[in-house]
Design a protein around this ligand. Structure first.
Ligand SMILES: NC(=O)C1=CN([C@@H]2O[C@H](COP(=O)(O)OP(=O)(O)OC[C@H]3O[C@@H](n4cnc5c(N)ncnc54)[C@H](O)[C@@H]3O)[C@@H](O)[C@H]2O)C=CC1
Ligand SMILES: O=C(O)[C@@H]1CCC=N1
Length: 293
């Protein structure tokens, strides 16, 4: 049942016009993922931004998607879109959503990937109850390994839910959550890739200190991270148990972990993730306050 509904949504997407308003890293990651998974044709997708024509040229040449460089306007693309992705930074969201207000209607679906901003704020800025899907994806969507939190406004229909879930499932896994948990998802998987890259940067720096050539260091570090994640996924064992199996009593790993623990590494990671989530809430509150003025 679920599969046939999803297949139905996947077929439906092919005839829809998708428009990304805000043509930055996250929009590109989702668009690339959608194209890689052949969910729709590049001609069905438009990428729009405020002013950067160089960026649009690059996207148009690389992916064959539609942009305003072909002579049409943002307004035209927005009016013709079935699904509009809001993908600008939170600081630009109020001005951007106010600007699209005259060009959107209740038959369209708005999908926000903006950190922090609530469905209520978007509804307020649009001035009416257009169906809204609030999401928190991550950049690994580019290669189909994204993780996206999804929440729906009360006016999103069952069919629209299927569409949104199918789009984000095509670029990774999804978790449908109550809206307040979106800030938690931001702290976990939205910002999450950056924590792993940060850890990898440190591992690479250490590998260099240990005398390895940069190329070899990169290969070894990437394979180590990939292998560790895949071990958790495929064995079903807990990370703590897998770690125990690497750690011989009084051996090298124990020496490393003791050093890291003395530097409060785990506590610092937890603190950082909580701070990311808190920051998402702050961004949302800042937007809410600015709308109230
Ligand atoms: N980068 C990431 O890993 C993730 C980002 N997000 C969210 O995605 C959103 C976009 O982030 P990035 O892609 O990283 O930012 P970015 O800076 O790469 O892209 C933002 C784009 O919005 C455009 N823009 C700004 N104001 C505009 C306006 N008034 N009208 C039309 N376009 C406008 C800019 O020209 C730019 O192309 C943010 O709200 C962020 O919270 C969510 C999950 C992960
Ligand atoms: O750093 C940010 O604000 C965005 C939201 C999640 C990942 N990047």
């Amino acid at each position: 049942m679920v599969e046939s509904a999803t297949n139905g949504a996947a077929a439906a997407i092919q005839s829809l016009q998708l428009s990304f308003y805000g043509a930055g890293s996250m929009a590109e990651a989702i668009m690339r993922g959608i194209l890689n998974q052949n969910l729709t044709a590049p001609s069905q997708i438009s990428m729009l931004n405020r002013s950067n024509t160089e960026r649009l040229r690059e996207l148009s040449q690389r992916y064959g998607i539609a942009t305003t460089l072909e002579g049409s306007t943002n307004e035209n693309y927005l009016q013709q879109a079935d699904i509009i992705f809001l993908a600008m930074k939170p600081k630009d969201a109020v001005a951007a959503i106010e600007a699209i207000r005259p060009h959107v209607n209740e038959k369209q679906l708005i999908v926000s990937v903006i950190a922090g901003i609530s469905i209520a704020s978007i509804e307020k800025l649009l001035g009416r109850q257009i169906p809204i899907v609030r999401t928190m994806p991550n950049t690994s969507s580019t290669i189909g390994l994204g993780a996206t939190g999804i929440s729906f406004s009360s006016t999103v229909s069952e069919e629209q839910r299927q569409l949104a879930e199918t789009i984000f499932q095509s670029v990774g896994i999804t978790a449908v959550v109550e809206e307040p948990l979106q800030d938690s998802i931001t702290g976990v998987s939205g910002s999450g890739p950056a924590y792993v890259y940060y850890f990898m940067e440190a591992m690479l720096a250490a590998a260099e200190k240990l005398g390895l050539a940069p190329e070899a260091a990169k290969d070894l570090v990437v394979q180590t991270v990939l292998g560790a994640a895949e071990m958790v996924r495929t064995t079903g064992e807990e990370p703590a148990e897998l770690r125990r199996k690497v750690t011989s009593p009084n051996g090298t790993t124990q020496a490393a972990i003791e050093t890291m623990a003395a530097g409060q590494l785990a506590e610092t990671i937890i603190k950082g993730m909580l701070r990311s989530s808190e920051r998402a809430a702050e961004l949302g509150a800042e937007i809410e306050r600015s709308i109230m003025k």
